[in-house]
Design a protein around this ligand. Structure first.
Ligand SMILES: Nc1ncnc2c1ncn2[C@@H]1O[C@H](COP(=O)(O)OP(=O)(O)OP(=O)(O)O)[C@@H](O)[C@H]1O
Length: 286
């Protein structure tokens, strides 16, 4: 059996809350999931459910108060400084906003070679690597000498992806990486994520509030609600035949382009509401 790349177990993250005697806010409340090598795990849930916090915890950036996160079997909370540096090469991140994730005053070549510095590669090798990375994300090699402002949002996100790939990571935390893009650009960038995964075998923790986006890419999907994972299973199953009522609501709220499917959704939504009303009536709540 394949060993998981990442194992999150009973994770708790509490944010301090200002004010006298106020209890910390529990952003994650006993979250567990695992990611296999080369797998894409989609993380969905409404705003504030804790998706970004989980991604940040995996990157070592959230105030973990309990539980464990193991990467390739090693507990990340107890790594030495050297091991941590190595970990920061193996786990990379792509953020939502391609406008702020690139330094505006650096050329694309400078942005892409920055992470390579830890490897102490020669200038010639770095330059070759930049061309390979640009090619991998579908940009021409003459992009190297230009500045981020000369590119569209989708192109900038491609550059951010190239930067994340520079050190050949094993896991990329993708935090709403297509939410700031228009629909057709979204589709192209999602295809790029898929192609890169097929070509390199990198794993993704793919955070999105949009079920349609994670459905496109994810082998498994985890659904978060109020700091907990309420459903975790195969992508097809969770996004088409969910078990948890919260996922069912999320699914019914997701926009669908196909009119026949829209009609079916409306009927499903009516049935779900009827069933909920029936249950409420029976329990005496109505
Ligand atoms: N640094 C912080 N200090 C205090 N509370 C925080 C902090 N970061 C996040 N929170 C709170 O933790 C909860 C989870 O936030 P998080 O950003 O993880 O949710 P999310 O599901 O990613 O939401 P969104 O889709 O809006 O980004 C929210 O209620 C948020 O207000």
């Amino acid at each position: 059996m394949t060993e998981p790349l990442l194992v999150v177990e009973d994770l708790h993250v509490d944010y301090p809350v200002k004010g006298w005697r106020r209890k910390p806010f529990k952003a994650l409340n006993g979250v567990s999931l695992d990611i296999l090598p080369g797998e894409c795990v989609g993380l969905v849930g409404e705003s504030g459910s804790g998706k970004t916090t989980l991604g940040r915890a995996v990157l070592g950036l959230a105030p973990v108060t309990g539980g464990s996160i193991r990467f390739k079997g090693a507990e990340i909370g107890t790594l030495s400084r050297r091991e941590r540096r190595r970990l920061s090469e193996e786990i990379q991140v792509v953020f939502q906003d391609p406008y702020s994730s690139l330094n505006p005053s650096l050329t694309i070549e400078q942005s892409l070679t920055e992470p390579l510095r830890v490897k102490k590669v020669s200038a010639a090798d770095a330059s070759r690597r930049v061309r390979t990375l640009l090619d991998q994300v579908g940009l021409p090699s003459n992009a190297a000498g230009r500045l981020p402002r000369e590119f569209s949002g989708g192109q900038r996100q491609r550059i951010a992806i190239a930067r994340a790939l520079a050190l050949s990571p094993q896991l990329i935390v993708c935090d709403e990486p297509v939410s700031a893009l228009d629909l057709s650009t979204q589709a192209r960038v999602l295809d790029l994520f898929k192609d890169i995964q097929e070509a390199t075998g990198v794993a993704y923790l793919f955070v999105s509030h949009d079920l349609a986006v994670v459905r496109h890419l994810s082998h498994r999907v985890a659904v978060m609600y109020h700091g907990e994972i309420v459903e975790y299973g195969p992508g097809d199953k969770v996004t088409s035949d969910p078990e948890h009522p919260y996922t069912q609501r999320l699914l019914l709220a997701a926009p669908v382009p196909d009119p026949a499917l829209q009609e079916q959704r409306r009927a499903d939504r009516r049935r779900l509401l009827d069933a909920q009303n029936e249950m409420a009536l029976q329990s005496g709540a109505l």
